[in-house]
Design a protein around this ligand. Sequence first.
Ligand code: ZN
Length: 1007
Amino acid sequence: MHDDRELVEERITRELAERVRPLGHPDRRPLTVEAGPTLDALAPFEVGERWGAPWTTTWFRFSGDRPPARDGHRVEAIVDLGFRADSPGFQCEGLVRDSAGRAVQGLHPRRTAVPVDAPAGLVEIVVEAASNPMFPQFRPSLMGSPDTAGKELLYRLERADLVVVDPAAEALVHDIDALDGVMRSLPLADPRRARLLRAIEQALDVVAAGPDGVGEARQLLAASLEGAPTRDRHRVVATGHAHIDTAWLWPMRETIRKCIRTFASAVAMMDADPAYRFACSSAQHYSWIEEHEPELFERIRAHVAGGQFIPVGGMWVEADMNLPSGESLVRQLVHGQRYFRERFGVRCREVWLPDVFGYPAGLPQVFAAAGIRRFVTQKLSWNRTNRIPHHTFWWEGVDGSRILTHFPPGDTYNAEVTAAELVHATANFADHGWSRWSLLPYGYGDGGGGPTKEMLERARRLDGVDGMPAVELGTPATFFEHVEAEIAAGADVPTWRGELYFETHRGTLTSQLGTKLGNRRCERLLREAELWMAHAVTAGHDVDAHELDGLWRQVLPLQFHDVLPGSSIAWVHADAEATFDAVAGELEDRIAARRNALTPPGPIVVNTATTARDEVVITDVHPPAGGQVQELDDGRLAYRVAVPGLTWASAEARAASDRVVVTDRSMTNGSLAVSWDLEGHLVSIIDVTHARGLLPSGRRGAVLEVASDQPVRYDAWDVESWTTRQAVAVREAESIAVVAPGPLVGMVRVVRRFGPSSATVTYVLRAGSPRLDMEIELDWRHDEHLLSMSFPLDVRADTAMCGVQFGAVRRPTHPTTSWDAAKFEVCAHRWVDVAEPGFGVAVLDDGRYGHGVFDGGVRVSLARAACYPDPGADRGDHAVTLAVLPHGPGLADVVREAEALNLPLAVVAGGRGDPPAATSSPPISVTAVGVEVDAVKPADDGSGDLIVRLHEACGDRRAVTVHSDRRIVAACRADLEERPGAGFEVSDGIVAFTLRPFELATLRLTR
Ligand SMILES: [Zn+2]
């Protein structure tokens, strides 16, 4: 044989499509079609006609007589709604419903066949079709909102037939498809490649020879499908999956339908194939099915019980991990695990976040506290600069907790189980030295329909082929059990310590600031509402421990990894911001009602922060007579109040010994002295206490900078390394005015206009305060620009410490190695600190996440203005406050002031609480520096116990005491589900214990 190899390969492709596949459908006849906006309003419709304005639903009814079929043959309907083969999930979709309205299966580009079970007579198929628009990749589109998407019909019905299926010919297609894939993935010099090419050629020759060719061709190929050695192969656990984004290029209302279609298909495949396993995350998605398709939900429940439908992840949704607060991450797990336990009797043992944009170093202990020691993610294969050196490893977090982590080496969570993927996964796997196992999540995501029969057929065949890894259909648990057995047998598992920083998509730390600020506001109010619930329990009121569950379950889905990061269409962000507003309003009402019931008449000051405070407040509420009060030009009042942590006190204006003095272009409160130039820029910030200037000589501070921001690919996702190099300082000021001259607060307001945008920056210095605040009000109108505020600092530090959930991480201030250089934009919560051993400067914020840390300074990303996928992203009015805080050694002052900035004292009218029932003593008080209380709440079990979650925030070892006014009779540690663990000694109503650096602890207090 001397046939040209490339020509033969082309022959295989063409003859498989044009000669072999058609043998699988020996008979076909067209279906009669009707279509309309509802099932009651159907009208005759033709194949070839257009249908589907953007975001609308069209109902189709297809009918025809079932063709006769030989023994062993079956009948299917083939419906092509006008699919584009190359992007399953990102276009129209259909759901087949039976005559009772039950969800039967989805219709997608790669799943167009519907089995016809009726033995004879009229066949009728009803399809609920969604004309979701396609989005041109990386280009602005008006399709992302129903207001701008227009009415043009987007799709054309391509095909509607009944076909008879010859299973032998169909099997031959799968045989050739599998072996052809193996042949093409082997090296040219591999003798097995030539042998497979020859075997397929011979099979095609006999198919061409006549009608009995199918059976003969299968026999010719059988040996090639069974030649694999059984020992020493890498082993792949293939787990069915469908990564369904909770919202993204479609709103949540469509995600509900994507889940229905995908899960109906999965259940149908389970009915047909008992070996099939489908791993499915996100309690929210199950909950939608429970609400909207209860009949399908019962079938899912039966398959969960049967071990085929596998709940994974233990979270409410696959949330972003950078942006939610630590307590939000906790609640993702609490609500997720609770749902899986209550509905299915299942506790998930692995976190499942294949697609999330980086993983902070505080996560391992959060997972561990939820009873989870395994973690699957894939996204870091997208790193643009460096490669994490392992696929299976211990991931060790800030506190030392370890999680067994796996990156599926196929570099995809949407695998199709092709030979090429298996070869890549095997070659790519970095841990052959100690492990034989890897995981392959396969199936089309996002409404692409999940796994297909073709994938299962390939998995089974490829397992037997020489040159392929062994392929086992299984679950994530199957995979981890194999690895854990290797570890138990002494395998030497590598460790990665610290954050899993994602070297791309850094723009998601900043995009859609309205969505991010809405989340931050709700996080703050949820914490305060729970604190008031704890006050009420302490005062002996009846409290429903679950009264906030519904509000949490509105916030948790919005922390999904395309919503909170800001990478969704306009519709999604409009919905999210409306929901955040509604939830915040409801929480404010609940807080006010509880406060009214608990507090006595007269103005009170509320401190929700962990520690006691003695601060100047700025408020509309008058204090009782006495003390020192400063009236501001807008009618508000400033006065100094003192209040313990986690409670309230009467708002009495105190005499203040410190005072703010404002003179010509400078102001000081005795701790800080700042001065500004004729452009309104800070030219000097002196820390009087430490006798240090904060700004490098000749540099200005708190400078607004605008940079052209045009990412190469993913607009809303990416900030490029060169973007901030192009930054231009906003210099001219429209006005500079002293709006508060002291003695309790000094304020200087600078108004700047630049291009189409403007910003008002107010410098605020309070008596007795160690920090200078910058209150920024933005009218942001730029397109495709990044707005930052930059703080050059005269501090020499190789690293900056950045606040993250339940801890802090160090980031390099210099691009020395490629790993350092890649961290040019990093995530921080509340604070970034650069420090020499005896002195440091922190930049604080109340709701921004993207930061640049560089040699001699910190830059805070304020706003972007991406054009894809939301052409109006970020534009509008926004308010955010930054602060600069010099301090001595350690981080305790930074953590305390960052908490104070984020939980400002509120002075409010008192209520109708009737002493002595009303008490101003806190439900708990915590004595320790550098420790932050994340939640105080009644226990979920309604026992009246209090749950206190706190963490060590500075990286030190701390002695902590927790005290409650109603004497604590028993105290223990608990997991996130509040199940009691090791008990504490309780002495005199006080619990004392030690926290390790960055340790997270959940306490259960019985009183
Ligand atoms: Zn995703």
